[in-house]
Design a protein around this ligand. Sequence first.
Ligand SMILES: [Zn+2]
Length: 237
Amino acid sequence: MVQNRYTLCDGVGNPQDWSYTWQISDDVSLSSDCGFCGRNTLRFTYEVTHGPETRWICQHCVSRYPVGGEIDGDVMGPKAARAYAHGLTARLKQQTCSEVIRRVQAAVPDATLEEVVVYFDRNLQLSPLHAAKLFAAMVQAGEETNAGVFEIQTRSNAHQQEFGALPDSERTLVWIALSPQQRRRLASLGFAPEGTLVRRNSGRKPPRVEIQLAAPRIPVLSEVAAIDLTVKDDGNQ
Ligand SMILES: [Zn+2]
């Protein structure tokens, strides 16, 4: 059963008539809206055009509607266009994170950040230890991007133990970037930082863990970083 039903906004017409421009926006302040379905508080949106009209659409609509596209004059069907949009999204996500790391590295003279750069480039995610190092430097540098743009590895036992071994202040920093599922899992291992409220409901149902974050959040960036990815960049460094 579908929980939330979104229908097409007025004036969209047939989604097949729209095409991607390959402009993708990574809004790390999560304040973008979808011009097809009206969803809001979005991070990634995709520009589409139909005649003179332009709208930005969400990832759900990218997955759901057969919007086409063109590259260097070659027309792509909806399936190929969707796959291409997903590829661009992965690159943009990586680019946003790399830029944050580079800015922080330039502002904070700390040799251990070099390890973070190498690790991120290799894994496109951060281990809890590397995340703690980076997030502490982000605070020091006054970096405004929400730490939640980074993905933290907590799936393996080794990474869970690595998180648990961090000092409380560092666990609090990393906690901010974790998903509710990740927090529940780590809380169940007794690794929730102090100041987070963990409540278990008693009863016959499986225990539900509720967590409230008492620590201050890192403020988010207010502007939207829109990047044109039509130009191919081989990323020689
Ligand atoms: Zn949408």
